[in-house]
Write a protein that binds this ligand. Structure first.
Ligand code: ADE
Length: 262
């Protein structure tokens, strides 16, 4: 999967994403991450890309034209890349499919796991990061397909939200995590939180690892983990339980935990 991040701060994005698991996936050729500097598409001799908002008000706005030119050049590169992939026979590329362009903004839909799963199906993704007071509305109207927020707070720019999105989506791409199973069984799978986990030693600060985990009895371990997931979710995120698929016994268990918590 290819990520293209349109930004005024390419170093910030690349330094963050070239390390750890995403960095390793890039080296292995499972992903590509490229930050494209919108300033390279400035059209005046001062290289500026911002201007005062019409009607007054605080701060500066990113102008439409550099953002648009940056997008157009990316779109052409993506078209050529898809074509080459098809000519090389490296899988059929759907050249008709429109590349999604995500604008990171507190006004967007709140990002969540199922959105990450949906985006992970794309061949590539363009993430557009605003700065200052935002971007001229007219270019957003022309190029943006999705508006995404990472939560109800205001950051200084879209770079951190874009990195959050790339990280959450990239780990769902097959092969990115060493162990594909771990992408399945974890927080938010089935709308349940992950069960508690333990590693060596068996006793730490006088706390013992739950006996069942040392038993080697896989069915009992799975049963215990499932119960723990239900208990945790009922305690910490009862709102998630509404969407979880629970058995009758699990519903009763969740209810009793919620009552204890009151
Ligand atoms: N840009 C500034 N704040 C943001 C947020 N909370 N989510 C996405 N983009 C943003």
């Amino acid at each position: 999967m290819d990520f293209y991040i349109m930004t005024l701060f390419p170093d910030m994005v690349m330094e963050g994403l070239n390390t750890s698991i995403t960095g390793r996936a890039v080296s292995k050729g499972l992903l590509s991450v490229e930050a494209v500097n919108i300033r390279d598409y400035a059209f005046n001799k001062h290289n500026s890309v911002d201007d005062y908002p019409y009607g007054g008000g605080a701060g500066m706005l990113m102008q439409a034209e550099p953002v648009y030119q940056c997008y157009k050049s990316l779109k052409e590169r993506i078209r050529l890349k898809r074509l080459k992939k098809e000519q090389d026979g490296a899988g059929k590329s759907d050249n008709q499919k429109k590349t999604r362009v995500v604008y990171l903004s507190p006004q967007g839909q709140t990002f969540h796991q199922s959105m990450a799963e949906e985006f992970a199906k794309e061949e590539e993704l363009i993430l557009l990061c605003g700065h200052y007071e935002g971007i001229d509305e007219r270019v957003l109207e022309e190029i943006v397909t999705d508006y995404v927020s990472i939560g109800d707070y205001v950051l200084t720019g879209g770079e951190l939200p874009a990195m959050v999105m790339v990280d959450a989506i990239a780990r769902l791409v097959p092969g990115v995590l060493h162990n594909d199973v771990s992408a399945e069984f974890e927080s938010f799978q089935d709308n349940l939180l992950e069960y508690p986990q333990y590693s060596r030693p068996e006793v730490w600060h006088e706390k013992r690892v739950p006996e069942v985990l040392l038993s080697g009895h896989h069915a009992n371990i799975e049963k215990w983990r499932r119960e723990q997931s239900v208990i945790r979710t009922a305690k910490k995120r009862p709102d998630l339980l509404e969407k979880a698929l629970l058995t009758e016994a699990e519903i009763l268990l969740a209810e009793s935990v919620k009552e204890e918590n009151i």
